[in-house]
Structures are given as structure tokens and as C-alpha cells.
Design a protein around this ligand. Structure first.
Ligand code: NI
Length: 138
């Protein structure tokens, strides 16, 4: 890491004690590293809020015996082909499938894809991973 800047932080003792416990439990070597991570998390959250170019993933579990659902899932992925980088299909057992779709592009459009999938009947569980292209976190 280059171009490091040091700065002072005023903080209540009790709050700092809690923070130190927080970073110890997460096995950070020092406060600086923990603080850098928290700052990056806030900035990535802001990238999503401000509809910047983001990267992420959407994972969902469904029963593949529902033929119409399988067709609809494929259709939705094609409808959002400009966002979908790749998708991985895992046969969890005889009935259940896990699909993980990697996405990159407008945060608002990825949100729309997520909600379109979430609203589909037959999806047992769905979750979204909000991360970053890393471009602004150099
Ligand atoms: Ni499957």
C-alpha cells in the first residue's frame, strides 16, 4: 500500500473498547486495518445507493421439477443479458437446484433483476451479494 495518510480520531473510551472487542473477534491485527475495511464497506454501500457500476451476485434455490419456473428463470436471465456475466447451476439433491448469477452493471438494474427473480413463484430462497468492481477502491 502506498500513499498512506495518518489521521487522529477522537472517540469515547467505551465506544473504543467495544470497537477493540469487535476487531479482536474478527481477528484484525490492528485498528487501522479494521477501519479501512469499514470505510470500504461504507463506500461500496454508497456505490449501490448512487447507482454506480457495481459487481455482485444473486443466489437462489428452487425445485427444478417446476418446468415453467425453469423456463421463466432462463427467460429472465436473457432479459437481463447485459448484466449477467455468468451463472452457475448446482444440483443440490434430487429436487433442489442452486443457481448463482454473477452480475456487473447498474446497481438499479441489478436490483430490478433481483426483485424480478424474488417475486417468482417457486423460488425457495434468494439472496443478493452486493460488492464492487473495485475500480474506486484502489
Ligand atoms: Ni439442478
Amino acid at each position: 500500500m502506498t500513499d498512506l495518510t495518518r489521521f487522529g480520531v477522537s472517540i469515547e473510551a467505551a465506544l473504543l473498547a467495544r470497537f477493540d472487542r469487535y476487531i479482536r473477534e474478527r481477528q484484525y491485527k490492528n485498528r487501522s486495518e479494521a477501519l479501512r475495511d469499514l470505510i470500504r464497506e461504507a463506500l461500496v454501500e454508497e456505490e449501490w445507493e448512487k447507482d454506480e457500476n457495481i459487481a455482485g451476485g444473486i443466489a437462489y434455490v428452487y425445485d427444478h421439477h417446476q418446468v415453467q419456473l425453469v423456463n421463466n428463470l432462463l427467460q429472465v436471465q436473457h432479459d437481463f443479458h447485459d448484466l449477467v456475466v455468468s451463472s452457475q447451476h448446482v444440483h443440490l439433491d434430487h429436487d433442489n437446484c442452486l443457481e448463482i448469477v454473477v452480475v456487473k452493471g447498474s446497481a438499479i438494474k441489478v436490483g430490478a433483476l433481483y426483485h424480478r427473480l424474488k417475486a417468482m413463484k417457486g423460488i425457495k430462497h434468494i439472496d443478493i451479494l452486493k460488492t464492487t468492481t473495485g475500480y474506486h477502491l484502489k
